[in-house]
Design a protein around this ligand. Structure first.
Ligand code: NAD
Length: 475
């Protein structure tokens, strides 16, 4: 593999201080891809020390220079996107086309935030009494801990690193243990373009909990940016509270996909296939609950079943496969058990449902007669499973769509006026109207309710790494 297998601390690739390593597997066949350095808590604290030492110099580096370094990362990741994508597929299992899409998306955050780095604004106000000047500057918040999941191992890292560096913060990245190679590749690109030592550090503890806790208790740390499950997000919010660390939280989702009576069914199915099957269903934005109006449900079910049946499944490294492996056999078994229990609860299985005995594959699966409020309807599935619920009344559809602890994203298909009216009533940070995908570096990504706090990407994304300083001047 073309990626380092070590920790990156203070500008150096180095093994763990106790020499321990952990294996990284290809989920398509279980083979071992690498033995990656298992950071000790002391290694993680060294990384925070390095970030703390580098902070002042980086914060004082002209924004134009920071911008040029980020832009150079965009250029390299774009030029090397095929190698990068192959690496993503190898350790995550996703289809090559999905990995190539992620590689491009990940690179775009460097381009976007290279442009934002030179647009850090501030404010200048006059006090109401007219005799004082209020100057508001935006300054880097400080050393930032970035914790990322395995499902988009490249994009979730660059969506945090790029705005943090653009803002003038130094960072310690802790990727998911299943997918450290992609993160190491990104960090190596940052090293190659000349980002100074200590500004970006990479640690990969085998057990995340104690290591992240230790870093959050380091007095230099001022920011935690986390993407992952709501369950772990809750734990980390408590840890961050101890040191009054600013949290940004991109957590789980349970996206409703509402198909109204006036929808163009073929278009809705096309959008549903993207919303459901992008990344093999392992996306926080994946459509999880399909609420379909009774007047179009038969047509929708027939068409989506045909589309799901046509999906080719196999190792992501074979570029003709549209659906790769899930990240691990454990994830495959989790999805399989969820589907089995849904059938026990009364859902009808009309396609798929058989996990492969070899490799972490789970086939395209369609369930109908799913009850609103059932386990599969209220759980993030994270696999290629379409679970369909029928509705007859728009108010009821809106009520069911909003009846979840999550509020990340919602989809609605219908005639434009009908769909827009419903979109305004859906309780989510992002709503897609007659579209199957929304992710865009230029748009604010994030959720309401237990899907998170804060926004990533867009001009809002850099604000998570800046804080206001008020300087008062006697006029
Ligand atoms: P996870 O919460 O298990 O792990 C996420 C990260 O947290 C990993 O790096 C992991 O090692 C670390 N972690 C795990 N336990 C920890 C602990 N006790 N203390 C500190 N760190 C810990 O999530 P996952 O399984 O890697 O990813 C899937 C989840 O991520 C899904 O819920 C998905 O919806 C969510 N996600 C959200 C977004 C978003 O933008 N909202 C994007 C992608 C994924």
């Amino acid at each position: 593999m073309t990626s380092p297998h070590d920790l990156f601390i203070d500008g150096q690739w180095r093994p763990a201080s106790d020499g321990r390593r952990f294996p990284v597997h290809d989920p398509a066949d279980g083979s071992e891809l690498a033995q990656f350095a298992a950071a000790t808590e002391a290694d993680c604290l060294d990384a925070v020390d390095a970030a703390a030492a580098a902070l002042a110099g980086w914060a004082a580096t002209p924004p134009r220079k920071r911008s040029e370094l980020l832009r150079a990362c965009f250029e390299i990741l774009t030029a090397e996107r095929e190698t990068f994508a192959a690496l993503i597929t190898a350790e995550n299992g996703k289809a090559y086309a999905d990995a190539l899409g992620e590689a491009a998306y990940a690179a775009e955050f460097f381009r976007w935030f290279a442009e934002e780095a030179v647009r850090i604004g501030g404010d200048f106000r006059l006090s109401p009494s007219g005799d004082k000047t209020i100057v508001v500057r935006r300054e880097p918040i400080g050393v930032s801990i970035l914790v990322t999941p395995w499902n988009f191992p490249a994009a979730m890292a660059t969506r945090k690193i790029a705005p943090a560096l653009a803002a003038g913060c130094s960072v310690v990245l802790k990727p998911a243990g299943q997918t450290p190679l992609t993160a190491a590749y990104v960090v190596e690109v940052l090293r190659r373009v000349g980002v100074p030592a200590g500004v970006v550090n990479l640690v990969t503890p085998e057990h995340a909990g104690p290591a992240v806790r230790a870093m959050l208790h380091h007095p230099a740390v001022r920011k935690l940016s986390f993407t992952g499950s709501t369950e772990v997000g809750r734990l980390l919010l408590r840890e961050a509270a101890d040191q009054v660390i600013s949290p940004s939280m991109e957590l789980g989702g349970n996206a409703p996909f509402v198909v109204m009576s006036g929808a163009d069914v073929a278009a809705a199915v096309e959008g549903a296939m993207v919303a459901k099957m992008r990344n093999g269903g392992s996306a926080c934005t994946a459509a999880n609950r399909f609420y379909v109006h009774s007047s179009v449900i038969d047509d929708f079910t027939t068409q989506i079943t045909q589309a799901m049946k046509a999906v080719t499944m196999g190792p992501g490294s074979d570029r003709s496969n549209e659906l790769g492996a899930l990240v691990s056999p454990e994830e495959r078994d989790k999805v399989a058990a969820l589907v089995d229990r849904a059938v026990d609860e009364g859902a009808t299985l009309i396609l798929g449902g058989e996990p492969s005995p070899v490799g972490a594959f789970y086939p395209p699966t369609v369930l109908t007669d799913v009850q609103h409020g059932s386990e599969i309807n209220q759980t993030e599935i994270f696999g290629p499973v379409t679970a369909i619920v029928e509705f007859t009344d728009v108010d009821e559809a809106v009520r069911m769509a909003n009846d979840t602890i999550y509020g990340l994203i919602a989809y609605v298909y219908g005639d434009p006026a009908q769909a827009l009216a419903v979109a305004q009533r859906l309780d989510a940070g992002m709503v897609a109207v007659n579209r199957g995908v929304l992710s865009d570096p230029a748009a604010p990504f994030g959720g309401t309710k237990q899907s998170g706090l804060g926004r990533e990407g867009s001009s809002e994304g850099i604000l998570e790494f800046l804080e206001e300083k008020y300087i008062g001047i006697e006029v």
